[in-house]
Design a protein around this ligand. Structure first.
Ligand code: PMP
Ligand code: GLN
Length: 398
């Protein structure tokens, strides 16, 4: 289950089951993987750097003395590049002065949006499974977290019952598309229904589109492009995924000026501003030729196929992934009913690390996903093949 977000008499929010500070499951599994020398298909980060030319631009920026605070809302050139990118790919035309801020990764964009716009008495609806920081930030804001289930194997919501998740208190609905941890991509019918309900219940849409370019067939549809959506939609993205520089922590938030301004009031007291030399490099990244973006997706698609084949050969039931770094596999066929327990044993058992899907859920969702593991395929092809070989030994070692 996802980390329990509680307030205690001491004011601590982040408590593990034993009352201690909880470390995110990503961190926990990476630590276990390192301890056992396992192939880490857990935490989603590539094992190869992004474009060397972007690295050189960041190095030059450091060498040339671009090392002091950037403006709080981000360097003008990067805000302009985000706007150009949105126009080039989606026909959107945000004003870089008032409708875009640069953040310390998508994580800070998400935190700023949730903390600035929701609080006690409000409800925030997410799909479930949900990326862990949504649950954490809703908990910190004091709002109530409600969920709408995404059901295997294709992880689509039931449109006939989606409205049950909304109420007059729904202040925000969070969309994540392409979706972590499932790799699902919502078609236009699903996104349009979310927009229709957000309008009906007067909710803000926060849409996390960090995997916008990492798709394997379907075209990515930004929520903000749908009729009626732009005026209530905050869009989040990040350079980490698109450019394989997850450690640079450069993200951005765009949307109507009043909502972006609200998020900025929080952002300025979280980090104030974000890494100056990296902003210069990412501005160049966003202006790269279209072929860079299509090649990145094609490479990742090949890796997805290698890992899916390996997982299938290992006797696991592989669920479809249309985008992101991730693919889910069902271990029920091996008799597993506790993917979280298995994920903690896996690095020691066979030298492979994966993330259990129940940690992206509240208790009901955790029951529904209790046998699912999420594997990251943003790794070198030979490593994926090696991992598949190790996974094939799993059924004999249980
Ligand atoms: N949202 C989703 C869906 C993610 O998967 C991630 C990171 N893997 C983030 C947000 C955070 O992105 P960043 O590293 O840019 O903070
Ligand atoms: N977003 C990454 C994942 O889903 C992890 C980032 C983190 O460790 N917080 O694996």
């Amino acid at each position: 289950m996802s980390t329990p977000w509680q307030r205690t008499a001491e004011g601590a929010n982040l408590l593990g089951p034993d009352g201690s500070l909880a470390v995110t499951i990503f961190e926990e599994i990476t630590t276990l993987a390192n301890r056992h020398g396992a192939i880490n298909l857990g935490q989603g980060f590539p094992d190869e750097d992004g474009p060397a030319e972007l690295g050189r631009i960041a190095q030059d920026a450091i060498a040339n003395g671009n090392n002091q605070y950037a403006p709080g809302k981000g360097m003008p050139d990067l805000r302009a590049a985000v706007a150009e990118h949105q126009e080039r790919f989606y026909g959107l035309t945000p004003d870089p002065e008032t409708e875009i801020i640069i953040t310390t990764g998508a994580t800070e964009a998400i935190a700023s949006a949730i903390l600035s716009l929701t609080g006690p008495g409000d409800e925030v609806l997410t799909f479930e499974p949900f990326y862990d920081s949504y649950g954490a930030m809703i908990g910190l804001s004091g709002a109530k977290h409600t969920t709408a289930a995404l059901l295997a194997p294709d992880f689509m919501p039931d449109l006939a019952t989606l409205e049950d998740g909304f109420s007059p208190r729904t202040k925000m609905v969070i969309v994540n598309n392409p979706h972590n941890p499932t790799g699902a991509m919502f078609p236009v019918e699903v996104l349009s229904e979310v927009v229709r309900l957000a309008i009906k219940y007067d909710a803000v849409i926060l849409t996390d589109e960090v995997y916008e370019h990492l798709t394997f067939g379907p075209r990515h549809i930004p929520v903000a492009t749908l009729p009626g959506a732009a005026d209530r939609t905050l869009t989040v993205s990040s350079a980490g995924k698109t450019f394989s520089f997850t450690g640079w922590k450069i993200g951005w938030l765009s949307g109507p000026a009043r909502l972006v301004a609200a998020a900025r009031t929080v952002k300025q007291f979280l980090t104030y501003s974000s890494g100056t030399p990296f902003q210069t490099a990412i501005a160049a990244g966003l202006r790269m030729d279209e072929s860079f973006f299509t090649d990145a997706a094609a490479t990742l698609r090949r890796k997805r196929d290698i890992l899916s084949e390996g997982l299938r050969a290992a006797g696991l039931d592989v669920l479809p992934s249309q985008g992101t770094y991730f693919i889910n596999a069902d271990t029920a066929g091996l008799g597993i009913t506790d993917a979280t327990g298995l994920a903690r044993r896996l690095p020691g058992l066979i030298g492979v690390a994966a993330i259990p899907v129940p940690v992206f859920c509240h208790p009901d969702g955790a029951r529904r996903t209790r046998s699912l593991l999420r594997f990251a395929f943003c790794k070198k092809e030979e490593l994926l093949e090696q991992a598949a070989g190790r996974l094939a030994t799993l059924k004999d070692r249980m």
